[in-house]
Each structure stands twice: as C-alpha cells, then as structure tokens.
Design a protein around this ligand. Structure first.
Ligand SMILES: [Zn+2]
Length: 592
C-alpha cells in the first residue's frame, strides 16, 4: 500500500542536503549575526527609529534563514531516522546555527534593559508598530532574563545538556524493537496492534510495549531525571516560581487558570471517563478492560477502510461544507506535495504539522493506515495546516506558536469531519461505534492529557528532593492512571512503565495540558456554532484563527460570547463530551 501513497516534496525549502544554497545561507547567517553584534551591541539606547527598524529586519532575516535551514534538516530527518547522514545533517545544522547565533545573545538582555519610554517612542513609527506583537513578547520575559554571559553560557551548554537529553530520548525511542509472535515492530507499528480486533493480539502487544520500556527503564528514567533537573536549574536561575510557570507565562495564561482547568477536568473523571470505560467494558464483554484496550475497536464494529483518495475526499468535503474559504486553503496541501503520507521503516511515529517559517506553507507528516482514525488524523493535521496558512500575513516575528490555541484549529477540523461522517450514518450500531471512537479520542485529549499533567506535575515537584527511581515514576503513573480511568480499567504492573512513551514529558515539559485546554476551548466553540446564536460563524472563526498568537483569548473569543477566564468555560466544553456519552447510553440500550 505504501508505494502508492504520496510523499512530501521539501524542495520549497531546499532541493536536498547537498543543495549549494544551504552553504550560502549558512554563511549569510554567520555574517549577518556577526554584523548585528558589531553594529548594535552597547548602542541600542541611541538608535533612531530608522536604525531600529534596520535592526528588526536583520533579526527577521536571520530568523527566516534559521527556520528554513533547521526546518529542512528536521523534516528531512523525521522520515528516515535510521539514516545516519540525515540525522548527522540535522545535528550539524543545529550546532552551526547555535554557534553562529552566539554574538547576538546580548540583544534581548540589552533590549529589555531599555526604559519603556524609549520603546514607546520607536513604536510611534508605523513601520515599527507593525512589529508590536513581537516587541511585546520579547519584553515579556524582561524580569526573567540573566546577564549576557550567563545567557551565552546557557545557550552554548544547551547542546550538551537539555537538548542532548531530548536527542538521546528521541534516538533511543526510535531504536526500540518490539517483538510479537516472532515478528519485530517499531513503536508506531506496535501501537497499531493495540487497535487490532483480536484481544489476544492486543494483550501480547500491550505487554510487550511495557516489557521493552521496562527493559530500558534505567536509561529512560535517567534521561527524564536529567530533563527535569536541567529545567529546574534554569528555572531557578531565572526566578520562575514553579516548574510550570515558564510555560504558562509564554502562553499568556495564568498559573491559576491552568489549575482551574486541571481541577475541573479531574472533577469530571468520573462522569466522563469512568462512565465511558464502563460502557466499553460491557461492549468488549468483560468486567474490566485491560489498560491497552482503551482504544480497542468494538467487536461489532464494521471495519471501514479508506483509501487515501477517499480519506482526502471525506475530509475536504466536510471542510467545504463548513466553509468554502477553509476548503480553498486546505486543498493546496494536496495539490502541492506538502504531506508525507505512508508509514515507513525508520519514520517517526504519529503525525504532526510543521511550519518552519511563519511566512510560508507548512508540511504535514502522517502515518496513514487507512483506518477511520487516520481520516480524523488527517482532518486534525490539516486543521493545523490551515491555521498556519491563515496566519501567513502576520509575519515571521509577530507569529509564534501558542500551544493552548495551537490545537484549536486541528481539533475543530476533526470535529467537523466527525459530524459529517455521523450525519451520513443511519445504522444505530455504526453510529454507536463512531461516537464511541470519537468520545475515546476526546477522553484521550481532554481527560487523559490532564492525567499526564498531574503525573508530570508530581514528577517535577518530587524531583526537587532528589532523583526519582523508575519504581517511583511507575507508581505515580499508576496512581494517576487509576484516578482518571476508573474501576473498569485494569492498571497494574503490565502498564506501569508506559509513562516513558509520552514524548512530551521529555521534549516539551508541561505541554500536555494544552491539549485539554484546546479541546475544551473547541468544544465550547463548537457548541456555540451549533446553537446558531452567532451569525457568520465560519467567517468569524477563521478571523479568530488568524489572531490566536497575537491577542488575548478573552478578546478573540468575545464575538462568540465566550471567555476562558470564566470557570464555566471549561464546564461548557466538557459537557459536550458527557452529552455524547448520554447518547452512547441511549444507543446502547436500544441495540442491546
Ligand atoms: Zn495537533
């Protein structure tokens, strides 16, 4: 099957790792950074508006070059993690860029030492005002910046400290080999076995997953301890109060609002997750389901297999029905080769959208296996892609990724495709299966990620008193899993080591709650769209997406009558999930 599936074409970035333009750009980057330091270091306070604008352009150009180089190296690598040349190239680009950026480190420190009056004077110039969002963002960390030599040292050391641990984690995970019935699998392939209809296959795969992770738990535990400590050292030097503070601050969300989200979700573990898994156990004909059976297909599910073309059509049709404008943006991804579709040996598992440059189109990576879920994954990643396209006009520096809204367009995209699939389905059993699968996903996003959140919160807090053992991490993991999954799911030694499979714990600490944040955000928005209370919803929605990185959420959500500062906001979103479970209970009573 993989032969006929399209691969991406990265030539909009570079033709290959041998492209002569690469060396030219690296040199351009080096010279530009050197000139920047020579020209501006120690002189920021005296710059005229014209000079300051020139400085901004230098930063913007370097960001574009670095984005192109780093983005290409990364995308070129992820489809061939076993290709040492590709991996080496990525590492080399990263190191070179870090090295050449060193002379420019003075900038944010010196810039943030300037009085606000100076900034305000510059901002009076319309050309500089265009960059106001970027200026505001740089100034935001004013009080958390270190001296220039310290910043330089942190940057230089990052390659052999923080970044090195992440790299070791990624390379270790990519090399793990799982064996079921004498056949070897990578993690992505093994995860597929957990979706097998045969409970025995799932059992073997589930146990094997945990066995291999346990076998490697010494290394993975060591890496995780280092990731946490590395972050703690830096946080302390910068003056962040709690392990999550830096993340929340870069998101412009308060520690309190995230706490309210987490506690609200926790309060609903029972009426959402516990209730759902109880139904699931009934459908699977057991009293308790195994840990790895959470996403198992229902025994009476009709296997719907989608060809790639059918998947594309399903997704695009739903997008078009929601908004012809959104469709126009989405179709470009297929007309051009911006998506890497087939699973391959050595390719990273999962799916993502990556836009190395804010001013150019992004790329989508999938591992398409033709399942209903793969169609929803396409809808999801395409949502990310469209979100990126809607923001091209904001410019390289103003744009940034704000994780709490980064998942909004994607989850909304999934939702409209789901609804369109459901509308075309008349059979009760088929409807039950589709809703059950959607609810399973919603729980994985809104509920499970908060259970992950509590895991990492506890790990980071306990790490202050010393390294955590593999046993302790397993214990915390099991406690959080039990709390969130309820009595109908077996949580025991056979799933105790799965925590190390959650990549976000390693490469983006405290990212996981953003999934839940975004899911509740989307669910609330979706309820508004269904209520019919807002005219031209689709247009307003697209308009909102173009500003997610720039404006406060309370401002961009005002046209929908929503405000994330209200406690009810989270409850409203979660109530959509429980209404689907009500529907599942209704359908269940009808068919049994
Ligand atoms: Zn996503």
């Amino acid at each position: 099957m993989s032969k006929s599936l399209p691969a991406w074409d990265l030539s909009d970035l570079y033709k290959s790792i041998k492209d002569p333009q690469i060396m030219m750009d690296i040199e351009k980057y080096r010279v530009s950074a050197k000139e920047f330091a020579e020209k501006y270091k120690g002189k920021l306070a005296d710059l005229s508006a014209d000079e300051f604008l020139e400085l901004i352009k230098n930063i913007e150009n370097r960001s574009l070059i670095a984005g192109r180089l780093g983005g290409f190296a990364y995308l070129n690598m992820v489809t061939q993690m076993k290709n040492t040349e590709a991996v080496g190239f990525y590492q080399q680009i990263e190191e070179t860029l870090t090295d050449y950026a060193k002379p420019t480190v003075f900038f944010s420190v010196e810039f943030n030492a300037l009085p606000q009056e100076k900034i305000d004077t510059w901002l009076k110039d319309g050309r500089i005002y265009e960059y106001r969002y970027w200026i505001k963002r740089v100034r935001k960390f004013k009080d958390y910046e270190l001296s220039e030599p310290e910043e330089r040292l942190l940057l230089e050391k990052s390659l052999t400290s923080g970044d090195a641990w992440v790299r070791l984690y990624e390379e270790t995970s990519a090399r793990l080999v799982y064996e079921v019935d004498g056949k070897k699998y990578n993690d992505a392939e093994l995860s597929m076995l957990l979706l097998n209809k045969d409970a025995d296959v799932r059992l073997k795969a589930g146990r094997e997953m945990n066995r291999v992770l346990r076998e490697n738990s010494h290394l993975l535990t060591f890496i995780y301890n280092m990731v946490i400590k590395d972050k703690a050292v830096e946080d302390e030097k910068r003056g962040f109060k709690t392990p999550i503070s830096a993340r929340n601050m870069s998101e412009d969300v308060s520690d309190e609002s995230v706490e309210v989200l987490a506690q609200t979700v926790r309060k609903h573990y029972k009426d959402i997750a516990h209730r759902f898994y109880k139904l699931k156990a009934k459908w699977l004909g057991v009293e308790k389901i195994n840990y790895w059976d959470r996403n198992a297909p229902l025994p009476f599910v009709e296997d719907t297999n989608y060809s790639w073309d059918e998947a594309v059509e399903t997704v695009l049709d739903a997008y078009k029905e929601f908004s012809p404008k959104l469709y126009d943006i989405a179709k470009d991804f297929f007309v051009n080769q911006w998506i890497d579709v087939p699973p391959r040996d050595g390719k990273r598992s999962g799916a993502f959208c990556s836009g190395p440059l804010a001013t150019e189109h992004p790329y989508l990576m999938l591992n398409f296996n033709g399942k209903q879920n793969d169609v929803l994954t396409l809808a999801h990643e395409l949502g990310h892609g469209c979100h990126h396209q809607l923001r091209l006009k904001n410019g390289e520096l103003n744009e940034h990724s704000r994780m709490t809204s980064e998942e909004v367009a994607s989850v909304f995209g999934e939702m409209i495709v789901f609804q369109s699939m459901l509308r075309n389905m008349k059979d009760d059993k088929a409807r039950l299966c589709l809703i059950a699968s959607k609810v399973g996903d919603m729980i994985n996003t809104a509920i499970r990620q908060i259970a992950f959140h509590f895991f990492e919160l506890r790990a980071h807090n306990e790490r202050r008193d010393g390294e955590l053992t593999a046993e302790r991490l397993s214990q915390i993991w099991q406690e959080e899993m039990r709390a969130s999954l309820g009595d109908a799911v077996v949580v025991d030694a056979d799933s105790a080591d799965i925590w190390s499979m959650v990549g976000h714990f390693f490469f983006l600490p405290f990212y996981v709650y953003a999934y839940s944040y975004a899911d509740c955000f989307v669910n609330s928005l979706y309820k508004v769209s269904q209520s019919g209370k807002v005219d031209n919803f689709a247009d307003k929605y697209l308009e909102m997406l173009s500003k997610t990185a720039l404006e406060d959420y309370s401002k961009i959500l005002a046209p929908f009558g929503l405000n994330p500062e209200d406690a009810d906001f989270w409850e409203y979103g979660l109530s959509l999930i429980s209404s689907y479970i009500d529907e599942l209970e209704r359908l269940d009573a009808k068919i049994s």
